[in-house]
Design a protein around this ligand. Structure first.
Ligand code: 4H7
Length: 239
């Protein structure tokens, strides 16, 4: 999959895109992410990318022209993909949305700044607005990184073959069970005995019960939509 990020701060992406699982996915050619600097596309003498808002008010608005030209430069005739604007008006990013976006050949992510972008650039060049949650950021860059990371996990091969994005929090509607590694005792706390037993059926059942317990404790709202058996519903009542 190819992801092109239009931004006036391309340097913000360097470490995030090169580290860890995203870095490995790019090396393996599973993910092709590039940042395109919007500023050189500006027709203005000093390469400005913003101007005062018509109607007055505080702050600046990003110019449509450099954004539209940057977008045109990365979406030629053969473009088959989605052009996404990261902003607080969008529908909130979910696992289901990330899974769906991972099916696309190509995404272009537009990062807004200042008080936002001239509406006409959005009307003419954007297919969809997505928010990463109900809070305000200083720019769309962090949101673009979150979306890139979240979508990349659903590209086949990006996670090791042992890890599946379908076996994690939210994919079955539940939170994850607690994890332990060495040492067996720490600060007076022992690793739960069942995890040392080698009894895989018992371990599986314990983990499922702990997932239910964690979800009931931290995100009881998730239980309404979770796919549970009658037995599991009864277990929850008793917890
Ligand atoms: C697009 C439009 C994303 C981008 C407006 C971006 C939150 C999210 C931004 C704005 C973002 C999210 C302009 C809104 C300045 C706030 C004071 C950049 N914030 N801004 N306003 N939740 N900010 O995904």
């Amino acid at each position: 999959m190819k992801i092109t990020i239009l931004t006036i701060f391309p340097e913000m992406f360097e470490s995030v895109l090169n580290a860890s699982i995203l870095g490995r996915a790019r090396e393996q050619g599973l993910l092709d992410v590039r940042c395109v600097d919007i500023r050189p596309f500006s027709d203005r003498k000093h390469k400005n990318t913003d101007d005062y808002p018509f109607g007055g008010g505080a702050g600046m608005v990003m110019l449509a022209q450099p954004i539209m030209d940057a977008m045109a430069s990365v979406t030629g005739e053969g473009f088959h993909g989605k052009r996404i604007y990261l902003g607080p008006r969008g529908a909130t990013l979910t696992t289901a949305k990330a899974r769906q976006l991972a099916q696309e050949d190509e995404l272009v992510l537009l990062c807004g700044h200042y008080e936002g972008v001239d509406q006409r650039a959005l009307d003419l060049c954007i297919d969809e607005e997505i928010s990463i949650g109900d809070y305000i950021l200083t720019g769309g860059e962090l949101a673009a990184m979150v979306l890139t990371d979240c979508v990349a996990r659903f590209i086949p091969g990006v996670l090791g073959s042992a890890e599946s994005p379908e076996e994690e929090s939210f994919s079955d509607g539940l939170l994850e069970y607690p994890q332990y590694t060495r040492p067996r005792e720490l600060g007076g706390l022992e690793v739960p005995e069942v995890l040392l037993s080698g009894d895989h059926a018992k371990i599986k059942a314990w983990r499922r019960a702990e997932s239910l317990r964690a979800t009931k404790r931290f995100r009881p709202d998730l239980l309404e939509k979770a796919d549970l058996t009658d037995k599991e519903r009864r277990m929850l009542e008793e917890m």
